[in-house]
Design a protein around this ligand. Structure first.
Ligand SMILES: [Zn+2]
Length: 234
């Protein structure tokens, strides 16, 4: 068996509601990481996601590379989005049980990495349960101890752009890759993944309904999507 938890970055977007509808149809609960300044302009897709059972987490206010920020700036990016997310859950009428956080670009803050992990822990952020992840690299890189939510497999479908030369076929090559340079092979029996996909309208313009194609392919392969659980349990 292969199991996975789905995470979707960079909501809100024009396609957020369609992605949520597809996940609902397939009984999949995702953690969707929202960018604060996009939420300020357009909260409705994220409210829709909350009302349809998704967990919305913090992906910073302006999506910077955290290693380029001072510790105070980094905390400010996180705090500003926390306030917006508290308001969002209130507007949706949904109880906020969990506070997951994902660093933009998976950049854990460079010199401030340890201080930011301590801050996330002291500020009550929730760690996505990862004790089922069997890959050695997860522990060797300390990700089993970090509070923020990283991933074991990145579809990299956000690289499909005009002129990039990266296509849907390249995404499927990654899905089938038996020994990837980064992360863990996706379709290996006994696997357990945290998957990363993005809610990008630019991707949908080139590959309509890309989320159905990618998640549908995994469902066809028998991948079982787990409901996200967190530490500490709420
Ligand atoms: Zn992002």
């Amino acid at each position: 068996m292969i199991e996975a938890v789905l995470t979707v970055d960079d909501i809100p977007s024009g396609n957020t509601e369609e992605i949520v509808q597809y996940l609902n149809e397939n009984g999949i609960t995702a953690v969707m990481f929202a960018v604060g300044n996009k939420l300020e302009k357009n909260p409705d897709p994220a409210i829709y996601a909350l009302r349809h059972g998704m967990i919305v987490g913090n992906h910073s206010y302006s999506h910077p590379a955290f290693s380029s920020l001072s510790l105070e700036e980094a905390k400010g990016e996180i705090e500003k989005s926390e306030e917006l997310l508290d308001k969002l859950y209130l507007a949706a009428g949904v109880e906020r049980k969990y506070r997951p956080f994902r660093f933009p670009y998976g950049d854990k803050g460079g010199a401030n990495k340890d201080a930011l992990q301590q801050y996330l822990a002291s500020r009550g952020f929730n760690k996505l349960k990862d004790t089922q992840i069997p890959y050695a690299f997860w522990k060797e890189t300390g990700r089993d101890r970090d509070i923020d939510t990283l991933w074991t497999f990145d579809f990299a479908e956000y690289r499909i752009r005009k002129g990039s030369g990266f296509t849907l076929e390249d995404v499927f090559r990654r899905i089938r890759e038996p020994a990837p340079a980064e992360g863990a092979p996706l379709l290996q029996d006994g696997g357990s993944h945290i998957l990363l996909m993005h809610a990008h309208d630019e991707t949908g313009e080139l590959v309509p309904d890309y989320w159905k194609i990618l998640i549908g392919a995994l469902l066809d392969k028998g991948v079982v999507f787990r409901t996200p659980e967190f530490f500490p349990a709420g």
